[in-house]
Design a protein around this ligand. Structure first.
Ligand SMILES: [Zn+2]
Ligand SMILES: [Zn+2]
Length: 457
């Protein structure tokens, strides 16, 4: 059998060494499975073969844990692919997300706290399942007291069944933990969240979730961050690649955007799928516009709102614009002239079928109705002047230097700050057949305010 254990080799990494092992392994496998050699193996050899395969699996587990821990410590998948190590592994090796994340967690904790577990994995004395039991038992409250027992517990592995051994480990952990087994989900007050509004409309978030709450929130935010990453990757390609106008932010930003997107969806979702399309129940948040200086938009506390957010929010019926004169009197609630009514929303659902940004898979129920020519500049709230955009692509469309245009036959096209242009999609299919109109002479014109151009098709 193959030796990929502790005495495998020299300090330098030779990429061909592992390739040779994989090649040698595939030859043996091919002989046994494809060329019928298995039928010549007698019963004793078959038993020995099964155990050798398990021994090989332990060697691979040890190597996998060491490599994953190194990958996680370097933060490589975050920097290069915008994903945490476990999610990246699940995505690329097509594994269940929970299993991959658990594998990386064990790898990380073995590397940081348990050299004895690492060396026992390396020698083949224990496998991944043993390492996971030990790591899970050593909860943060008892980790230091638990460490001296690790070697003794590993020595017990060959003396009993796995299940019996697992009970021994859990028994030691329970004895060390004065409060009994560590189960943070038992105390609801272990769930905490502090929100700290800062200057300039920022919000600091700090807290801890336990048990089911932790799992649901972690999985939902991680999964949405992965979706945003893929969406941004597609957008970056559309806007000209690595040197284009749309860059992919780091993972921590993707996670923050994912949290915000999930909250917006929860607030804007129709009561039931069957009720769509309808105007969704939404929160009603006021934005204050001063009639004498319409460029200055603030929240109800007077905090100014940045340009991109301002245009996106004003376009969205979730937010109620309140126009005030210099004496502080409300002169316009601005609702009637911009709200997309049920009939129009239904028509938009039917025409666009979801976000009209090419390649975006966000469904119509998650989308805002964006005014191509802004309502504040007398843009009409009708089918010809509105298109469905998910919150993220709505934000991109309102960024400085970007402009979205409509054609006479109600397709849309964008111009990026560097002059790239591309067509919209309907029901997930991008317009084909002829290119979007050429870039305008003034690519930095204010977003969404350019007059609709006639189609060139
Ligand atoms: Zn808009
Ligand atoms: Zn979109």
């Amino acid at each position: 059998m193959f030796d990929i254990g502790s005495d495998a080799g020299s300090p330098g990494y030779d990429p061909s060494a592992l390739t040779d092992v994989i090649h040698q392994f595939s030859l043996v496998r091919s002989d046994l499975i494809c060329h019928g050699a298995l039928s010549d193996v007698d019963d004793n050899q078959l038993c020995e073969l099964a155990l050798n395969i398990e021994s090989l699996r332990r060697g691979l587990d040890s190597l996998s844990i060491t490599v994953l821990a190194e990958l996680d410590a370097r933060g490589t998948t975050d920097t290069v692919h915008g994903m945490r190590t476990g999610s990246w592994l699940a995505n690329n090796a097509l594994l269940p997300g929970g299993g991959s994340r658990s594998r990386v967690k064990v790898a990380d904790r073995v590397r940081r706290h348990f050299p004895e577990i690492a060396s026992s994995l390396e020698s083949g004395a224990i496998g991944f399942d043993h390492a996971k039991v030990l790591v899970d038992a050593a909860n943060p409250r008892i980790i230091d007291e638990f460490k001296p027992f690790v070697t003794r517990l590993i020595d017990l592995v060959p003396l009993m069944t796995f299940e019996r051994w697992k009970k021994e480990v859990e028994g030691v952990a329970a004895l060390l933990d004065q409060d009994g087994g560590h189960n943070p989900g038992d105390d609801i007050t272990d769930n905490t969240l502090t929100l700290s509004p800062g200057m300039s409309g920022t919000l600091g978030i700090k807290g801890q979730l336990c048990g089911d709450n932790a799992i649901i929130v972690f999985d939902a935010i991680s999964e949405r961050a992965d979706q945003i990453f893929h969406r941004m990757k597609n957008d970056a390609k559309l806007a000209g690649g690595v040197k284009g106008d749309l860059k992919i932010p780091p993972r921590r930003t993707l996670l923050a955007l994912a949290l915000s997107e999930l909250v917006r969806e929860a607030l804007g979702k129709p009561a039931s799928a069957a009720s769509a399309p309808t105007v969704a129940p939404r929160t009603d948040v006021s934005l204050v516009i001063n009639a004498a200086n319409p460029d200055l938009v603030t929240d109800s506390n007077g905090t100014p709102i940045g340009d991109t957010s301002k245009f996106t929010l004003l376009c969205d019926p979730t937010f109620r614009p309140v126009v005030m004169n210099t004496e502080g009197m409300v002169i316009d609630l601005g609702r009637d002239q911009r709200l997309v009514n049920d009939a129009l929303r239904r028509a938009l659902f039917h025409r666009d079928g979801g976000c009209v940004w090419p390649g975006c898979e966000n469904p119509a129920t998650w989308c805002d109705a964006h005014h191509v020519q802004h309502w504040i500049n007398n843009g009409r709230t009708d089918l010809a002047n509105t298109g469905l955009l998910c919150r993220y692509h709505h934000g991109v469309t309102h960024r400085k230097g970007w402009s979205m245009h409509a054609t006479d036959d109600q397709w849309f096209w964008w111009e990026s700050p560097s002059g790239k242009s591309f067509w919209s999609q309907r029901h997930g299919k991008q317009r084909t057949g002829c290119p979007p109109p050429p870039p305008s002479q003034s690519p930095n014109a204010p977003p969404s305010n350019a007059p609709p151009r006639p189609s060139q098709c």
